[in-house]
Ligand binder design. Structure first.
Ligand code: M6R
Length: 353
C-alpha cells in the first residue's frame, strides 16, 4: 500500500533512512558487535582467495561499491561481473573463488544461470537478496537478508542502499573498516533522512535542468563513478532521457564531444583524492556550454554547487550521493507526465535471459 504517496518510488526513497536503521539493528547487537552472519559464511569467504560479485542492473551497481569494502576492509581481491555476460563468457577464475550473488528479487534469470554454472563447477556461493526464500537464496550455499522491505516500483532505490549497507557490514565482519561502522551508519541514516527532507530542492533542480532535455550525463571519479552509473540508470529508465553515467576522466577520451549548449551534466563530488580533477572536468564541460549541476560533500563543496551532501566517512558517501539522483529521476519523470512506477518495456523482476 502506498498510503498517501502518489507513487511507490517516492515512498521507497523515503523509507531508506528507516531501512538503514533496520539493517544496523539486525546486524549489530546493542554493544556494537556484529551479529547475524553465521561463522560458516565468514569461514567460507576467508578460505577463498578472490570474491566474484555477480548481479544485474542496479544490483550490479551496488556490487561496484561493495568491491571497495571487501578490498579495503577485508583485504580480499574482488571482481564485479554483469550476470548476463558472465553466464556465457566465464572469465578466468582464481584457484579458490567465492561467489556473491546480489539481487533484490532473488529471481533474476541471468544471475540464476551463473549460479547454476558455478555450482556445477563446485564453487561456494552466497546470495544477498531482498526477497528471502527466492530461487537465488534457496539455491546458493548461504544466504543473508538485505532487509529493504518490499520494493514495488520498477526503479530500484531502497534495495540499492540496503545492498550497499549489507555488503559494508559483511566486509566489516571479515576485516576492519578502521572506524566505528555502527556509529557511522547511525549517522548515515540521519543524513539520508535530511536529504529526503529536501525534496523541493530536487524537484526544482529536475524541472529546471531536465524537463525538455533529451540527454543528460552523470560524472564522478572513484566511488562517485560507480554511483554515476546508478544515477544514470535511474534517470534513463523512468524519464526516458538518454543518460550516460561514467568515470569523469573518460570525458576527454570521447564523450566531451557530445556536450552542447545547455546539456545537463550532473557531477557527484564526494571523494577528496580526485576532487581537484573532477572540478577541472566540471569546468571543461561548463566552458563548452554544459549546464553543470554539482552535488558535493560538505568537505569538498564550493559556492555555486547545487546541493551540499552531509559529510560521513568517504567510503559511505555513496549511500548519500545516490539519494539526490533518485529524487531528480523521480521529479524529472513526474514533470514529463510519465508513470514513475511502471516505465515502458520493463518488469520488476526479469525472469528471462
Ligand atoms: O532483482 P534484481 O536485483 O536481481 O534485479 C536486477 C535488475 O533487473 C534491476 O536492478 C533493474 O536494473 C532495476 N529496474 C533498476 O532500477
Amino acid at each position: 500500500d502506498k498510503g498517501a504517496y502518489p507513487y511507490y518510488m517516492l515512498k521507497e526513497i523515503d523509507e531508506q533512512a528507516v531501512v538503514a536503521r533496520n539493517i544496523a539493528g539486525h546486524y549489530f547487537d546493542e554493544d556494537g558487535n556484529l551479529q547475524g552472519i553465521p561463522c560458516a559464511v565468514t569461514d567460507a569467504i576467508e578460505a577463498a582467495d578472490r570474491l566474484y560479485i555477480v548481479a544485474a542492473g542496479t544490483s550490479y551497481h551496488a556490487g561496484l561499491i561493495g568491491k571497495r569494502y571487501f578490498e579495503q576492509w577485508a583485504k580480499i581481491p574482488t571482481e564485479v561481473h554483469i550476470a548476463s555476460e558472465f553466464a556465457y563468457d566465464q572469465p578466468m577464475l582464481s584457484e579458490k573463488p567465492f561467489f556473491i550473488f546480489l539481487s533484490q528479487s532473488g529471481e533474476t534469470a541471468d544471475s540464476r544461470e551463473v549460479l547454476d554454472n558455478v555450482k556445477k563447477q563446485g564453487y561456494p556461493a552466497l546470495t544477498l537478496a531482498n526477497v528471502m526464500n527466492s530461487t537465488l537464496t534457496r539455491e546458493a550455499d548461504f544466504a543473508l537478508p538485505v532487509l529493504a522491505g518490499p520494493e514495488i516500483a520498477v526503479a530500484s532505490t531502497k534495495a540499492y542502499t540496503a545492498q550497499v549497507l549489507v555488503q559494508a557490514i559483511l566486509a566489516a565482519s571479515l576485516g576492519n573498516p578502521g572506524f566505528d561502522l555502527k556509529a557511522e551508519l547511525a549517522k548515515v541514516a540521519v543524513e539520508i533522512q535530511a536529504i529526503t527532507d529536501e525534496k523541493e530542492s530536487f524537484k526544482k533542480i529536475a524541472e529546471d535542468a531536465l524537463k525538455d532535455q533529451h540527454s543528460a550525463f552523470y560524472i564522478g571519479r572513484g566511488l562517485d563513478a560507480a554511483v554515476a552509473l546508478e544515477a544514470a540508470l535511474k534517470l534513463k529508465e523512468i524519464s526516458y532521457i538518454q543518460t550516460e553515467g561514467f568515470a569523469a576522466g573518460e570525458l576527454k577520451h570521447g564523450t566531451i564531444s557530445l556536450i552542447e549548449e545547455g546539456t545537463p551534466v550532473f557531477a557527484l563530488l564526494t571523494q577528496s583524492k580526485t576532487a581537484g580533477l573532477l572540478r577541472g572536468e566540471v569546468a571543461q564541460v561548463a566552458a563548452r556550454g554544459a549546464n553543470t549541476i554539482v552535488f558535493a560533500s560538505e568537505e569538498l563543496a564550493k559556492e555555486g554547487d547545487a546541493f551540499v551532501l552531509p559529510q560521513v566517512n568517504e567510503l559511505l558517501m555513496p549511500l548519500l550521493a545516490v539519494i539526490p539522483a533518485q529524487l531528480v529521476a523521480y521529479y524529472a519523470t513526474l514533470a514529463r507526465g510519465l508513470d514513475v512506477d511502471r516505465p515502458r518495456n520493463l518488469a520488476k523482476s526479469v525472469t528471462v535471459q
